[in-house]
Design a protein around this ligand. Structure first.
Ligand SMILES: Cc1cc2nc3c(=O)[nH]c(=O)nc-3n(C[C@H](O)[C@H](O)[C@H](O)COP(=O)(O)OP(=O)(O)OC[C@H]3O[C@@H](n4cnc5c(N)ncnc54)[C@H](O)[C@@H]3O)c2cc1C
Length: 252
């Protein structure tokens, strides 16, 4: 569906909330706090969107000069009545088209949105462990608003400028070393409550995989109880895989 920017609000120095409006928002089936949307960012004045179910093939068939750029984002909030949808963008400069677009977005700017459902499924776990970086913050913020079991939240961000008010408590960790290393260190010191956990971890791919490896290998958490997803890749050597991940994020 097509959507237009109707609001832009800085949440922190490096996070901006873009409010989008569109006729399709009224019927948008919101499935949960990590609801994934593909954003189609225009590269020319003539924004065209794929219309069929095989959107990737259709997109590749478009002439390069008109083919929109696709990036993955999370629905932070939806208001079906007012037909408004919020997306929170972590700003990381102009090197990426999505961050560059969000950093300069203004009311009236148009993009395309394709819904791709939610993955979060806490089921009947006794407690939850929510872990992520800036890019997972929108999903985790929504999870905290709806959590019905005790939650431990660890957020690994650049520095104190990334800290946001959330609906529940969170431990904020400031990155140093490789992504995830501060988080694993904090996990080592965290006594786990009794019962079965549900773990949701997303962010830079080294963070997601290192946390999962630690929890499975050293804390005996059942793999089935862990959802993990590389939301972006920080190393140049994986740039090709990052492009592929726009089609299908590397989630479990
Ligand atoms: C399921 C899913 C949901 C997501 N939801 C959100 C969300 O709600 N909010 C959000 O901000 N992000 C979210 N992301 C992450 C977002 O898709 C990536 O950060 C994406 O790469 C940004 O695109 P870009 O065009 O700005 O940069 P790209 O063109 O993809 O990358 C350009 C360069 O920037 C680097 N880069 C990419 N992202 C970051 C970053 N965050 N910090 C530092 N460097 C970076 C890359 O390594 C690359 O070198 C989500 C990802 C997935 C898979």
């Amino acid at each position: 569906m097509f959507a237009s920017v109707v609001g832009v609000r800085r949440l922190t120095a490096r996070m901006v909330r873009i409010t989008l409006a569109g006729d399709g928002v009224g019927d948008f089936h919101y499935a949960g706090p990590d609801h994934l949307v593909r954003l189609f960012l225009p590269v020319s004045d003539d924004l065209q969107l794929p219309t069929g179910s095989d959107w990737w093939t259709e997109l590749q068939a478009m002439p390069e000069e008109r083919r929109p750029v696709v990036r993955n984002y999370t629905v932070r909030r939806i208001d079906h009545v007012r037909r408004r949808l919020d997306i929170d963008f972590a700003l990381h400069g102009d090197s990426g088209p999505a961050s560059a677009w969000a950093g300069t977005a203004e009311p009236g700017d148009r993009i395309g949105i394709l819904s791709d459902g939610a993955r979060y499924q806490a089921g009947d776990a006794d407690w939850q462990l929510l872990i992520g970086d800036e890019t997972a913050l929108p999903a985790i913020a929504s999870m905290l608003e709806g959590a019905r079991t005790p939650v431990h939240t660890l957020l690994e961000v650049k520095d104190e400028q990334d800290v946001l008010d959330l609906a529940g408590e969170a431990t904020w960790l400031y990155r140093s070393g490789s992504p995830g290393s501060r988080t694993v260190e904090a996990l080592r010191a965290l006594p786990f409550p009794p019962g079965t956990p549900y773990v949701w971890v997303a962010g830079e791919s080294t963070l997601a995989t290192s946390v999962r490896r630690y929890l499975v290998n050293e804390r005996g958490v059942d793999k089935q109880q862990i959802y993990f997803c590389g939301y972006w890749r920080g190393t140049p050597s994986t740039a090709g895989a990052a492009a592929e991940s726009e089609r299908e994020p590397a989630h479990a």
